[in-house]
Design a protein around this ligand. Structure first.
Ligand SMILES: [Zn+2]
Length: 295
């Protein structure tokens, strides 16, 4: 006779197991603490999540900037009363793609988890005294990857900015092009870049805010095409990731390579701005960028 008996068959997977999707069962058997505490990747301090959220998802101890979802991003940058636009676009899975699981299934799951149609939200509203078009990417939706829907949403945001002559702000957070849409996702680079050239011809300001991470086809297109390209502190910004580069050139990369501060020093960025100062920085930048048109 045993001292105690496990009611269901298996052990719960260890915390931080390799397959987060497979551990859904395990999660049901363990006490949910993940909703309350998290560890800072910058200083390893254990942080109380409500407190972290109240601090704009920035570690109060070391100022590490955690990722921020599209909804929250819009709500901290725009005044109340903004309007979400360009909704209802969903990927059609043009390649009928399957890797370890069908892309359609991945999409459905991401849509359920985030409550979004794809990795982006567009909004129109006021930022201080300025009416703006704001497009914010959602990293938790398949790594913020850019497929046809993200491309279309950004192109619509750009056209909206051009036609209404409101400055455009895009907050980038992306692993790059969405491989499950292959060449269709790569075509978004050209589509967006063309629309941005028209916006530039119309002399409507565009500011890109690069957040952790901004890589691949997003860096290679709109994220580096702003009149101002500004980044949050410590964000990973690049085309290929540092690991891929190290493995290719077989050399150790310098400390801080592809981080905001390094890129600022090398002239790739115009500024690195703390999240708490971001809105006021953007307002001042727009004051400046819009001044000649007003005169
Ligand atoms: Zn920290």
């Amino acid at each position: 006779m045993s001292w105690f008996k496990r009611e269901e068959g298996e052990y719960p997977a260890a915390a931080g197991g390799s397959d987060p999707e497979g551990s859904a069962d395990a999660a049901a058997k363990t006490v949910r603490t993940e909703g309350l505490w998290t560890k800072c990747m910058g200083c390893r301090a254990v942080l109380y999540i409500p407190e972290l959220e109240a601090n704009l998802n920035v570690c109060p101890k070391c100022q590490h900037h955690f990722k921020m979802g599209a909804r929250q991003r819009i709500s901290i940058l725009l005044e109340p009363g903004y309007e979400l636009v360009d909704g209802g676009l969903r990927s059609t899975d043009p390649l009928n793609f399957t890797d370890v699981k069908p892309y359609k299934q991945r999409l459905r799951k991401a849509q359920e988890q985030t409550g979004l149609d794809d990795a982006i939200l567009n909004a129109v509203g006021q930022m201080g005294p300025h009416g703006v078009v704001l497009s914010a990417m959602e990293y938790s939706f398949i790594g913020g990857s850019m497929g046809a829907v993200v491309g279309e949403a950004i192109a619509r945001a750009i056209d909206r900015a051009r036609l209404s002559r409101k400055p455009l702000i895009i907050v980038a957070a992306s692993g790059g092009a969405r491989m499950m849409e292959g060449v269709v996702s790569l075509m978004q680079l050209a589509k967006i870049s063309t629309a941005l050239a028209q916006l530039d011809d119309a002399r409507v300001p565009y500011i890109c805010v690069l957040t952790d991470p901004t890589t691949g086809g997003v860096t290679a297109s709109f994220a580096m095409l702003g009149d101002l390209n500004i980044a949050e502190p410590g964000a990973l910004i690049g085309f290929a990731g540092p690991r891929v580069i190290e493995q290719t050139i077989r050399q150790k990369l310098p400390e801080g390579f592809q981080r905001s501060e390094f890129l600022l020093e090398k002239g790739f960025l115009d500024a690195v701005v703390h999240r708490r100062d971001l809105k006021s920085y953007l307002i001042r930048a727009l004051d400046f960028l819009k001044a000649p048109a007003a005169a």
